[in-house]
Design a protein around this ligand. Structure first.
Ligand SMILES: C[S@@+](CC[C@H](N)C(=O)[O-])C[C@H]1O[C@@H](n2cnc3c(N)ncnc32)[C@H](O)[C@@H]1O
Length: 169
């Protein structure tokens, strides 16, 4: 989820985005690429996170500092909702079906298939390249929101923020 916050930006500065539950920074890269000045917060140390980092509880930090940011992105742990949970015999009927076949977990990716970067997948170098996250290890990649997704959201968020700034000016 990405939540715009009602503050006005200083002219000329890049809008600030808080990347809550940041892990190693997949979403962060997309928002940075879109033009945000990104700060991440995570409960655990994240020495690979390539932007400004704060260690702590995301919800407490948002309560105290959320108003200092133009937008807040949050991607808390979501394994419960992952399709991988089918392995455990769980079903998720609200998931739309994929239109392109997915490679089997941990297997090489056949032509015309999507990669499946979950669990103990192999091919970390290829995943780094495909996702555009060369600093990440497997732990970070399997957790991450692909930067391209966050960049898409970020571009739209910036358009919205810029429109509001023009209206307020
Ligand atoms: C799904 S990952 C986030 C992936 C990240 N957005 C990316 O694109 O790379 C969830 C992260 O939430 C962190 N986390 C769990 N509980 C938290 C809390 N209470 N406050 C902050 N971070 C928390 C975990 O350490 C983990 O790194």
């Amino acid at each position: 989820m990405t939540q715009p916050t009602p503050i006005r930006r200083v002219a000329g500065s890049r809008p600030r985005l808080l990347d809550a539950f940041c892990c190693q920074g997949g979403a962060a890269k997309g928002y940075a690429d879109a033009g945000f000045d990104v700060t991440g917060i995570d409960l655990n140390p994240q020495p690979r996170y390539p932007y400004t980092f704060v260690q702590g509880d995301a919800v407490e930090y948002i309560r105290a500092h959320g108003h200092e940011y133009d937008a807040i992105h949050a991607s808390p742990p979501c394994q419960h909702d992952s399709e991988c949970q089918r392995i455990q015999g769980r079903t998720h009927p609200d998931h739309p079906a994929h239109t392109v076949p997915q490679a089997k977990m941990g297997r090489p990716i056949p032509p015309g298939h999507y990669g499946h970067y979950v669990g103990n997948f192999s091919g970390v170098d290829r995943a780094r390249h495909v996702l555009g996250v060369p600093w990440m290890n497997r732990d970070g990649i399997r957790e991450c929101i692909p930067p391209a997704y966050a960049a898409w959201v970020g571009h739209h968020a910036l358009t919205h923020l810029n429109t509001r700034a023009e209206v307020a000016a």
